[in-house]
Design a protein around this ligand. Structure first.
Ligand SMILES: Cc1cc2nc3c(=O)[nH]c(=O)nc-3n(C[C@H](O)[C@H](O)[C@H](O)COP(=O)(O)OP(=O)(O)OC[C@H]3O[C@@H](n4cnc5c(N)ncnc54)[C@H](O)[C@@H]3O)c2cc1C
Length: 389
C-alpha cells in the first residue's frame, strides 16, 4: 500500500515547511511535523515522500521464467501469440529460464498441442466450457492464480482487444507494472525486463523497467516480432490445470458471437503500397491502386489520409495505427514521421517515392526514388507491364 510520510531527515525548519504547503496539509503535533489527508505529495515542501509498503514485500528471487498468454481465436492460437512465444524463448534462453505458455479455453486440447510446437517448455492448459469465449473476470482470476502458483518473472500479452483489457486488469490485481505496446523487449542479467516503446507522441523511445514488483507485464502488437517455425511434433509438456469453479464467476453473459470477417488486412499483406499526403486526389489513389493490383499488393495510408476520409482507420500504418512487416512496402508522398516509421520499419524491403530529397523516409528506405509520384508511379507501372510482356 502507498502512504505519504514526512521524512524527518529532510525537515530543517518545521514552521517553514508548514508555510510552504499550498494545501495547508502540514501541521506540527507534539513537536513533530505531520502530513494530513489533504497532502497530495506535490513535493513543494521538500519533506514528504510516497512510500510503497508493497515494495519491501516482493522477493524478486522467487519469480523466474517467462510466460506467454496464448490467446485463442475460434479455437486457434492468435498469430501474435506465436510471435510472443518466439521472443519469450529468446528472453528465457538468455537467463536459462523456462518458457511457459498459458492457454484458456473449451475443447482446447488441439490448440494446446499447436502451442506446444512453438518453443515453450510447459503449456499450462485451463480447460472449461465457461472459458469458451473471452470473459474478463474468469480469465483475470485464472491468470492471477497461474501467476501466484508458477511465479513467472515476466508475462507477455498480445496487444489485441482481449490482451489489452486483460493485462491491465491483471496488473492491478497483482499490484505490478505493465508497459503497453512495447516495440523492443530485452532482459538484463538480474532479470529486469527492459520494455522499450515510443513515448511523447513517438518523439522518444522510453526504456521502462519494473524494479520492485513481479511479474513484469507487457503487451506487444501483432507483427512487431517474427514468429518462429513450429516443430513437427509438440515439444512442450502440457499441464492440465484444475479449474476452480469459484474463479469462473462472471457478470457477463455471452448471447451470440458474430465472427469477424475473414478479409485480409494490411498486416497480412506481403506487398503494401502506402499513400501519404503527397497524394493529392482520388486520381492519385487510382494510380496507386493500379500499382497495388500489378504487384498483388494492398493499399494503406498515413494518418492524414485516414483523417481526410480517403482510407478506413484499419488501413492506417503507424503508432496510432497498425504495425506491418511486409516483404515489400512502397511509400508514395510519405514524409516518414517517427509515428509512421514506428509502424513499418521492420518491412523487408522499403521503397520510398518523395519529391523532397531531405524527407526523413529516405533514412529508412532501401531504395529512394526522388521525384514526383505522379510521374514515377506511372513510369513504374509501364516498366512492370513491359517487363512482363
Ligand atoms: C501521437 C501521434 C500519433 C500519430 N500516429 C500516426 C500514425 O499512426 N500514422 C501516421 O501516418 N501518422 C501519425 N501521426 C502523424 C504524423 O506525425 C505525421 O503528421 C504524418 O505521418 C504525416 O503524414 P504524411 O507523411 O502523409 O504527410 P506529410 O508529412 O505532409 O508528408 C507529405 C510528403 O509528401 C511529399 N510530396 C508532396 N507532393 C509529392 C509528390 N507529388 N510526389 C512525391 N512526394 C510528394 C512531401 O515532400 C512530403 O514529404 C501521429 C502523430 C501523433 C502526434
Amino acid at each position: 500500500m502507498k502512504r505519504i510520510v514526512v521524512l524527518p531527515e529532510r525537515v530543517k525548519d518545521m514552521a517553514a515547511a508548514v508555510d510552504s504547503c499550498p494545501f495547508a496539509a502540514l501541521y506540527i503535533e507534539a513537536g513533530v511535523l505531520k502530513a494530513s489527508e489533504e497532502c497530495t505529495a506535490c513535493g513543494l515542501c521538500g519533506v514528504v515522500d510516497v512510500v510503497d509498503d508493497a515494495i519491501a514485500e516482493v522477493d524478486l528471487s522467487m519469480w523466474r521464467g517467462i510466460a506467454v498468454f496464448c490467446e485463442l481465436a475460434e479455437g486457434k492460437m492468435a498469430p501474435v501469440s506465436r510471435e510472443l512465444l518466439g521472443k519469450g524463448r529468446e528472453l528465457a534462453d538468455k537467463l536459462s529460464w523456462p518458457l511457459y505458455a498459458v492457454v484458456l479455453g473449451a475443447d482446447a486440447a488441439a490448440a494446446a498441442d499447436e502451442v506446444a510446437r512453438y518453443g515453450a517448455d510447459q503449456v499450462y492448459l485451463y480447460e472449461h466450457e465457461s472459458l469458451r469465449h473471452f470473459l474478463i473476470e474468469p480469465y483475470t482470476a485464472l491468470l492471477a492464480d497461474f501467476a501466484g502458483e508458477v511465479k513467472p518473472s515476466v508475462m507477455l500479452f498480445g496487444a489485441t482487444n482481449p490482451g489489452r483489457s486483460l493485462a491491465p486488469r491483471l496488473a492491478a490485481r497483482l499490484k505490478t507494472g505493465l508497459t503497453a505496446d512495447c516495440t523492443v523487449l530485452d532482459i538484463r542479467d538480474d532479470g529486469q525486463l527492459v520494455q522499450i516503446r515510443p513515448a511523447f507522441g513517438g518523439n522518444i523511445m522510453a526504456q521502462i523497467v519494473t524494479p520492485a514488483h513481479r511479474p513484469q507485464l507487457a503487451t506487444v502488437r501483432y507483427k512487431v516480432f517474427s514468429a518462429p517455425e513450429p516443430s513437427e511434433t509438440p515439444t512442450a509438456e502440457i499441464i492440465h490445470r484444475e479449474v476452480d469453479q469459484a474463479l469462473l464467476s462472471s457478470g457477463i453473459e455471452v448471447h451470440r458471437v458474430i465472427p469477424a470477417g475473414k478479409e485480409k488486412g494490411i498486416q497480412d499483406a506481403k506487398v503494401l503500397i502506402v499513400a501519404g499526403r503527397g497524394v493529392k486526389d482520388k486520381a492519385g489513389i487510382a494510380i496507386l491502386r493500379e500499382l497495388a493490383g500489378e504487384l498483388g499488393g494492398v493499399l494503406a495510408g498515413t494518418r492524414p489520409l485516414i483523417e481526410a476520409g480517403l482510407f478506413e482507420q484499419r488501413d492506417q500504418i503507424g503508432l496510432s495505427g497498425r504495425t506491418v512487416a511486409p516483404e515489400l512496402i512502397i511509400t508514395c508522398g510519405v514524409s516518414g514521421s517517427v509515428q509512421f516509421v514506428a509502424g513499418m520499419k521492420n518491412a523487408a524491403c522499403i521503397v520510398a517515392i518523395n519529391k523532397d530529397r531531405a524527407a526523413p523516409i529516405f533514412n529508412v528506405a532501401h531504395y529512394s526514388l526522388v521525384g514526383d509520384l505522379y510521374e514515377i508511379v506511372p513510369a513504374l507501372l509501364q516498366e512492370i507491364r513491359e517487363g512482363r510482356a
